[in-house]
Design a protein around this ligand. Structure first.
Ligand code: ADP
Ligand code: MG
Length: 257
């Protein structure tokens, strides 16, 4: 086949928004000749190539959208280190039935117990399955909510969160909220209610959220929505993976002193 003809075909594929196939066409044609594909096989190869590349691009797009602080999968999570969660439970979470049914998850535990890691790992699973995920720390989220009205970037970020199937809010109650912040947070949770799933991580249990949010009425309203369909996972109280596996500038002996 003449090169100019291939060029025309590529243009036509682009026109049909099959840019990936357009790009790959010379290779696909060569493979077809080399392996003597039937007409049907050739069409199958072209279509599955385009679909596969689109899938990959969509995963990349959703990864960017999520804004994870770091990428760590659940495969990298050492379940033996976390006595309060069984392999079976983790696998069950991985299946994402809770997300399909718009359940929320609350991950509780002290610093270093794996709350952020597990929430990112579940977020990655969700992205692979085609869900839109948004990650934010509570601190960032509070800032976004407070500046939404007059900073366009904040407005876009809030939009991103509201449009996601899974919203991860990391480190809730790291600091106390004032009444206005609690109010704004309530409105967001109310918007997400029965529309998306929320993963909340916190080092304090819901029974302590009241005093941190200041207003008992708002706290009750927030909890009402969050706890309506929820799985609460309490991670180990005393094992900090960070501390156990920390690297140190001293040798082993000096650490003990
Ligand atoms: P938290 O959010 O509860 O404070 P993180 O999830 O940030 O804790 O965990 C702290 C660090 O330790 C992270 O780098 C995380 O990947 C790692 N970590 C914690 N628990 C485990 C575990 N059971 N297996 C592997 N890595 C872990
Ligand atoms: Mg964390």
């Amino acid at each position: 086949m003449m090169t100019s003809t291939i060029h025309t075909l590529q243009e036509q594929f682009r026109h049909l928004r099959m840019a990936e196939t357009a790009e790959e066409l010379p290779v696909l044609l060569r493979n077809a000749e080399k392996s003597s594909w039937t007409y049907q096989e050739f069409i199958q190869e072209i279509l599955s190539y385009e679909l596969k590349r689109r899938d990959e691009k969509n995963v990349e797009r959703r990864l960017k959208w999520a804004k994870f602080p770091y990428i760590k999968s659940l495969d990298e999570f050492n379940i033996e280190e976390q006595a309060s969660l069984s392999t079976r439970q983790l696998n069950q979470l991985k299946e994402l039935t809770w997300l399909e049914q718009q359940y929320n998850l609350i991950l509780l535990g002290p610093p270093g117990s794996g709350k952020t890691h597990i929430s990112i790992g579940l977020g990655l699973e969700a992205i692979q399955k085609g869900f839109k995920v948004a990650f934010s720390t509570m601190g960032e989220l509070t800032h976004l909510l407070k500046t939404e009205e007059y900073i366009r970037k904040s407005q876009m970020q809030i939009k991103r969160i509201k449009e996601s199937d899974l919203v991860i809010i990391d480190d809730l109650m790291y600091m106390a909220m004032d009444q206005r912040e609690a109010n704004l947070f309530f409105h967001l949770i109310n918007h997400l209610y029965e529309r998306s799933s929320v993963i909340l991580t916190s080092n304090k249990g819901p029974e302590q959220w009241g005093e941190l949010m200041g207003d008992q009425g708002i706290t009750t309203a927030i909890l009402d929505r969050l706890l309506h369909r929820v799985e609460v996972i309490q991670l180990n109280e005393n094992d900090s993976y960070r501390i156990k596996n920390r690297t140190t500038i001293f040798g082993k002996e000096s650490v003990q002193n």
